[in-house]
Design a protein around this ligand. Structure first.
Ligand code: K7E
Ligand code: CUA
Ligand code: CA
Length: 641
């Protein structure tokens, strides 16, 4: 055994060896390691400089955002089963911020503070989440900068992030379903609904009396959440299961892929049918049915439920099922509003559904629902998700081929009609096994075809080794020209399924908190009831064994240097940061009590804990705020019970 198990030279360039060359044959045996002149090879700086074309150098120069310069796009990345949302600058791919959502965060106190626990509600008992699909609210098919919504597959929730403060402000658990996966927003006339798919089929009622799941009482549902109130507005029972979803640009239709039309309980069973389907929802018909009172409710839930399943081969009023091959996955609306595109996953195809034919589909004008499919191009192996440049091209990830394929939609339709055209424009190797791909502004009518992010699930040899668990590789590709040019490898921690990019002028954030912000309104109310002026008072309120310690903070000191409680007291510390200066955030940590929180300028934060040990306990400021930040501390004196 060498004492350098990674087998990396201290400095490969100095020995004139590329890393690929040094790693040698063993690195080349992986099936996905398809090194091409530029795309695949790991090379030294010198080799790279010789190999790249001028176009590549130009593209490379575009991603250089120099010190003090700002990025042109905001990127919002899901944190996958890590549970948070990450804010990136694009094209630099620098991480700007992390927004805790379904996770517990030590730095900001998310999941620890009273304000965050109130937002988490009943689900505060869960310390995990699994977010896949971040999406930005829209007005008239364009980002309006208000909210970002994201799903939690692990605990069947949907969260909303306020973009002005970049904090989660609402979390909703969707009742009577399991595993909220696909999530998209109504685009037009504005984001009234958040559409979300519950992936797994469960028995109803799910009370342990029926595990067979082979009858009509086993199903899953398509869900719509009111974007403003964050209450579940309605649910629609479907045949099969639900994977990914998207909405159209008329406001009337949304559609979802189903990979388990078989209602199978095992892997083999889910692959039995050559075709599963895309189910289309008619939002207007759904609203009409609700208005007419034609709904049921389930268990304790008050959410109206419609039945969107076929009965005796007859379609419901609110859904239509379009057969597509095979275990389809991504469902994406083209930015011209013309098509839903379903990626085939186990089929090398994508199915192009003409949205303008859907009114006739619902009017039963077609013998075969597949008459709404106007193209089914062969793209490559394992197509998962498609994104668009606004110039008529789709970019589809090919998981098995480890590629992104650029293809022309209208030409694919011509080919389907028997014309001989080559709709494939380019296939680019990515590294490796891509899931989602996202082009700048692709989900809006303003898709601008500048940047493409490809979220590769495997990084293998692209980065310094980090043990058995590898980072993912979020690659940045310049798509502004005729050719896709790979310009950046971005290691990320588990597991950004999806990301979304908006122009920087579309996101407007506050520099300091507004004292009237609803985020801490309940805490302000509590202070008012205690007769406290939060921006000037530092005072202790005793209420039986409950002690409320109110203090202000201003760099570099807390308003209270020392307070005394009795062992067993339930202590709530409420701090208002009265600094007015942008970026001067304070923190509060009570040593040996699991207590930590952020208090940014003009914010009030509070946290509750039990003083269960007698003695002296220091508290301190955890966000570096001043030259005397270390001195910003105090003592809690706990008298024995
Ligand atoms: Cu393809 Cu959850 Cu969007 Cu992962 S899903 S890749
Ligand atoms: Cu206040 Cu550090
Ligand atoms: Ca299937």
């Amino acid at each position: 055994m060498s004492d350098n198990p990674n087998n990396l030279p201290a400095n490969p360039e100095s020995k004139g060896l590329s890393r690929r060359g040094f790693l040698g044959a063993s690195a080349m045996t992986g099936a996905a390691v398809a090194a091409t002149a530029f795309g695949g090879a790991v090379m030294s700086r010198e080799t790279w400089a010789q190999a790249v074309s001028d176009a590549q150098k130009k593209a490379q120069a575009k991603i250089h955002v120099g010190p003090g310069e700002l990025d042109t796009y905001y990127g919002f990345w899901s944190g996958g089963h890590q549970g948070e949302v990450r804010v990136f600058g694009v094209p630099s791919m620098r991480e700007l911020m992390r927004i805790p959502v379904f996770n517990v965060d030590s730095a900001t106190g998310w999941g620890l503070t009273n304000e965050s626990r109130a937002i988490l509600g009943d689900s505060a008992k869960f310390l995990n989440g699994d977010c896949h699909h971040p999406h930005l609210s829209m007005t008239d098919g364009k980002y309006d900068g208000k909210y970002l919504f994201i799903n939690d597959k692990a605990n069947s929730r949907v969260a909303r992030i306020r973009l002005d403060i970049m904090k989660t402000d609402k979390i909703t658990t969707v009742p009577n379903v399991q595993a909220i996966h696909g999530l998209r927003l109504q685009k037009v006339p504005h984001t009234k609904y958040v559409f979300c798919n519950a992936e797994f089929i469960i028995p109803h009622p799910n009370d342990g009396k029926n595990f067979a799941m082979d009858d009509e009482n086993s199903y899953t549902m398509y869900n719509a959440i009111d974007a403003e109130t964050m209450e579940v507005a309605w649910q629609v029972i479907v045949d099969g299961n639900l994977d990914n979803t998207d909405a159209d640009y008329t406001g009337r239709f949304a559609a979802s892929t189903c990979y388990n039309s078989e209602k199978a309980l095992d892997l083999g069973g889910t692959m039995r049918n050559e075709r599963d389907w895309v189910v289309v929802f008619d939002v207007e018909a759904i609203e009409a049915e609700l208005k007419a009172g034609n709904f049921i409710t389930l268990g304790d839930s008050k959410v109206p439920v419609l039945d969107g399943r076929k009965k005796d081969g007859q379609d419901s009023k609110v859904t239509r099922y379009i057969p597509v091959p095979k275990n389809p996955h991504g469902l994406n609306t083209s930015p011209d509003g013309k098509y839903f595109i379903a990626a085939g996953k186990l089929s090398p195809t994508a199915s192009i559904i003409a949205i303008d034919k859907l009114p006739d589909l619902f009017a039963n004008k077609f013998e075969d629902p597949r008459e709404v499919i106007v193209g089914e191009p062969e793209l490559g192996l394992g197509p998962l998700h498609t994104t668009f440049d606004g110039r008529g091209n789709g970019y589809t990830t090919l998981f098995i081929d480890s590629q992104v394929v650029k293809w022309n939609i209208e030409e694919a339709i011509q080919a389907y009609n028997g014309e001989s055209v080559n709709y494939i424009k380019q296939k680019l190797d990515v590294h490796y096994q891509p899931g989602h791909t996202h082009a700048s502004l692709t989900e809006t009518s303003e898709a601008d075809g500048q940047w493409l992010v490809v979220l590769s699930k495997f990084s293998k040899d692209r980065f310094l080794p980090t043990g058995p668990l590898h980072p993912e590789n979020d690659q940045l590709i310049d798509i502004s020209g005729e050719e896709m040019i790979l310009v950046h490898d971005g290691p990320t921690f588990a597991e950004p399924h999806d990301c979304i990019m908006a122009r920087r002028d579309q996101i407007r954030t506050k520099k300091i908190w507004d004292r009237n912000d609803p985020f801490f309104a309940d805490t302000v109310k509590m202070a008012e009831a205690d007769g406290i002026n939060l921006t000037s008072d530092s005072k202790i309120i005793r209420d039986g064994n409950k002690v409320r310690v109110y203090m202000v903070s201003m760099a570099p000191s807390f308003g209270i240097n020392e307070f005394t409680v009795k062992q067993g007291d339930e202590v709530t510390v409420i701090i208002t940061n009265i600094d007015q200066i942008e970026d001067v955030s304070h923190g509060f940590v009570m040593v040996n009590h699991g207590v930590s929180m952020e208090i940014s300028p003009q914010q009030t934060s509070s946290i509750t804990f039990t003083a269960d040990q007698a003695g002296v306990y220091w508290y301190y400021c955890s966000w570096f705020c001043h030259a005397l930040h270390m001195e910003m501390c105090g003592r809690m004196l706990v008298e024995p019970a």
